[in-house]
Design a protein around this ligand. Structure first.
Ligand code: MN
Length: 721
């Protein structure tokens, strides 16, 4: 844990800066910022009794840890002059340019922010500043360093002030540092927070660590030697370090009821290598000599954490039989792990580093913007602050597997979300869940620190559609849907095969004859299918009718028109098969289709017909096709009239007229699209069959009345096929 440096000087700071900034002009700006701040703060003291300038010097020094650029360092040195020395932002801009002035301005504003405040004035300010926050990520980074130095000198304050500052830091600043992946600052902040919020636990851990330090150092040194020899033998260039686990992470694990001796990562190594390939190779070599502990391997290289962290993690039984947690990563990954978003500074990327970081921050902190939009709808400032706190800072929960692995989930997640996050197979076979040794329902809302055990069964038939109603993560939703798509696909294949074989029997065509290579090839060619399964699938899902297949097979030429008509009809059927349109009493999850013979529209009196295995087909009451259907009828109701449904009408008009054009213009006047029409001429008149899209019966009747007003039209009626 880094400490406040009482005797930090500009020379010492510049020595550190020069290890990565070489541009003379940039170095001069930093130096000028120091001199300016020194002069402005001259005579001011901090509560520690030190000259004030020691504070901005320390803030800049902390920022060199993450290779901050010269503008950030200059702004860090100047960050308190506006607040404390009656300097205006305009003056800063005049002296140091626009970029630096914006940073100083941002930090000044944030420092006035008190997120535990409740007065309207404070809250209004918070709003403005939260928006301002997103304008330059470097403002937040300076703020994190500023807060770290304040935590480092927090001992001078009253206990009450210590606790509020630590609480605010832990609630608001460390989550931001975490999101941005700035681990090196985050860990220090957490540790200071723990020290002030739970001093007993903190010092207890420190003491225990000290008591076992010599022993642990010895074990780790031996293990390092052994692993290093092994890697050298295999020509893997590497550096290897003993790694001390942060006190805060030990605390978190103890909180979960683990015993001190159980926390594996007390003994920890980190190996740095040149390439990703070396990482996996090193892992393999280590596992060949040291037995890995099952289920402790994590591949964050293939699956980086959301804050960009990449590394391989494994736990092995070491030379002395003790467990060692080993992290293997490249130097680049290590930089990202420590600096997060700030790592772009050290990559010396082409183009604007600032733009790259800004872009990335906007992604990471996009929740700020979402909240800002939300705020517009929410005028009550108290609600707003609560929303910010809830959505922004508590929208992630961390729960544990029984083995102590941390799983990150959005707030409101259930055991099902957890199960799918662990593995799709676990999710699909879930039958129950135990949280902190209590059996809970599957829609139970998990809380941070819950230990979750999923009960699975190999006999489980798979997920329930019900789960879609309460799962929180898109991941789980997609996996559940994928399961059902797969099941449907298999069902469709079987159904398609049935349909075809029945039809063959009906038409008295033998299988041998049908599956004769030549003919099938021709059929597939016509249908543009590649496999028999494709044919079965399309038959089973109803996308293709068996009569079309037979017609094509029997080489009855289907006219192009007819095919277009069929396509159009299919299209409209698909559009109309919507469950949300129709309410089936007492049944939620059933497939509903609108019959294509009578094409009911909202407002029509309707009745449902239950088809075995297919769902419910909805007909108009007057449709003659339902008369024969008897006991399978079921009551159904319209749910909505919002979507446009196709229905058919037949219009008769005297011949040799432009009836068609008039009819179409009537439809257009009523905002009714005409899907398709077909006219038959006879000597006496013209019969026009048309499919129109209407919202409801009322609209349809109006159209038919309008059509009847056309002088040439003799009749207009709904068509039932
Ligand atoms: Mn400060």
């Amino acid at each position: 844990m880094s400490k406040h440096q009482k005797d930090l000087t500009i020379e010492k700071l510049m020595d550190k800066v020069k290890t990565y900034i070489t541009d003379k002009r940039e170095l001069d700006v930093i130096d000028k910022a120091y001199k300016y701040a020194f002069e402005k703060h001259f005579g001011q003291k901090r509560l520690t009794g030190e000259d004030y300038i020691i504070h901005p010097l320390n803030v800049a020094y902390i920022l060199t840890r993450i290779n901050a650029d010269y503008e950030t360092l200059s702004a860090a040195l100047l960050h308190d002059v506006v607040e404390d020395c009656n300097v205006t932002i305009g003056e800063i801009e005049k002296e140091f340019g626009y970029n630096i002035s914006i940073l100083v301005d941002g930090v000044t504003k944030i420092n006035k922010l008190n997120l535990s405040g409740t007065t309207e004035a404070v809250i209004n300010n918070q709003r403005k500043i939260l928006v301002g926050l997103s304008e330059d990520v470097r403002v937040i980074i300076i703020k994190l360093a500023d807060r770290l130095n304040n935590m480092q000198t927090l001992f001078v304050h009253s206990e009450k002030k210590q606790k509020t500052t630590a609480r605010e830091t832990l609630d608001i600043l460390t989550p931001i540092a975490d999101r941005l992946g700035i681990n090196s600052i985050k860990q220090d902040l957490e540790e200071y927070c723990l020290r002030y919020l739970n001093p007993n636990e903190y010092y207890d851990i420190v003491e225990k660590l000290n008591a076992t330090k010599a022993e642990r150092d010895n074990s780790v040194a031996n293990m390092i030697e052994s692993v290093s020899d092994l890697l050298n033998k295999h020509d893997i260039k590497h550096e290897i370090f003993g790694r001390s686990k942060s006190i805060y992470s030990i605390y978190k694990k103890l909180q979960k009821g683990k015993r001190f001796s159980e926390i594996y990562d007390l003994l920890a190594l980190r190996i740095l290598v040149d390439t990703e390939q070396d990482c996996y190779q090193a892992l393999g070599i280590i596992h060949s000599k040291f037995r890995p502990k099952p289920k402790r391997f994590k591949d964050y290289i293939a699956m980086p954490k959301t804050n960009m962290y990449q590394s391989l993690h494994t736990t092995v039984f070491g030379i002395d039989g003790q467990l060692y947690e080993i992290q293997i990563r490249t130097y680049d990954m290590d930089r990202v792990a420590e600096y997060g978003i700030a790592s772009h500074w050290s990559y010396k990327e082409k183009g604007s580093v600032k733009a790259v970081m800004q872009n990335e921050m906007e992604q990471k902190l996009q929740f700020f913007r979402a909240i800002m939009d939300l705020k517009k709808e929410q005028d009550n400032p108290e609600d707003f602050v609560n929303t910010v706190k809830r959505e922004v800072f508590q929208n992630t929960i961390y729960v544990f597997t029984p083995l102590g692995d941390v799983i990150e989930l959005p707030n409101g997640s259930t055991p099902i979300d957890f199960a799918y996050k662990v593995h799709t197979k676990v999710g699909d076979k879930t039958t129950g869940a135990i949280v902190n040794s209590n059996m809970v329902p599957l829609d139970y809302k998990l809380k941070s620190d819950d230990i979750v055990k999923i009960i699975t069964s190999n006999n489980s038939a798979g997920p329930s559609r019900e789960w879609l109603n309460f799962v929180q993560t898109t991941h789980a939703k997609n996996k559940i849907k994928a399961f059902f798509n797969k099941v449907n696909k298999e069902e469709n294949l079987k159904k398609g095969e049935d349909i075809l074989s029945k039809e063959l029997r009906r038409q008295k065509i033998s299988n041998d004859e049908f599956f004769n290579d030549e003919k099938l090839k021709k059929l597939f060619n016509d249908l543009k299918f590649n496999s028999l399964n494709e044919l079965y699938g399309n038959l089973g899902s109803g996308k293709l009718s068996v009569s079309t297949v037979m017609e094509m097979y029997l080489k009855k030429e289907v006219s192009k028109d007819e095919r277009i008509i069929e396509k159009a009809t299919k299209g409209s059927e698909r559009q109309s098969s919507s469950n949300s349109l129709i309410d089936v009493a007492g049944i939620d999850d059933i497939k509903v289709n609108l019959a294509s013979c009578c094409n009911p529209v909202p407002g029509d009196r309707i009745v449902g017909y239950i088809t075995k295995g297919y769902g419910i087909t909805v007909h108009r009451m007057v449709c003659p096709n339902v008369a024969v259907l008897d006991e399978r009828l079921i009551e159904v109701k319209w749910n909505t009239d919002s979507s446009m449904l196709p229905t058919n009408i037949l219009v008769r008009a005297s011949s040799d007229n432009n009836a068609l054009i008039n009819i179409i213009s009537k439809a257009a006047n009523n905002d009714i699209p005409v899907r398709k029409f077909n006219s038959h001429h006879s000597k006496e008149d013209e019969a026009i069959e048309m499919t129109v899209l209407v919202k409801n019966k009322e609209q349809l009747i109006k159209l038919m009345n309008d059509i009847k007003m056309i002088p040439e039209v003799t009749e207009a009626e709904r068509l039932i096929k």
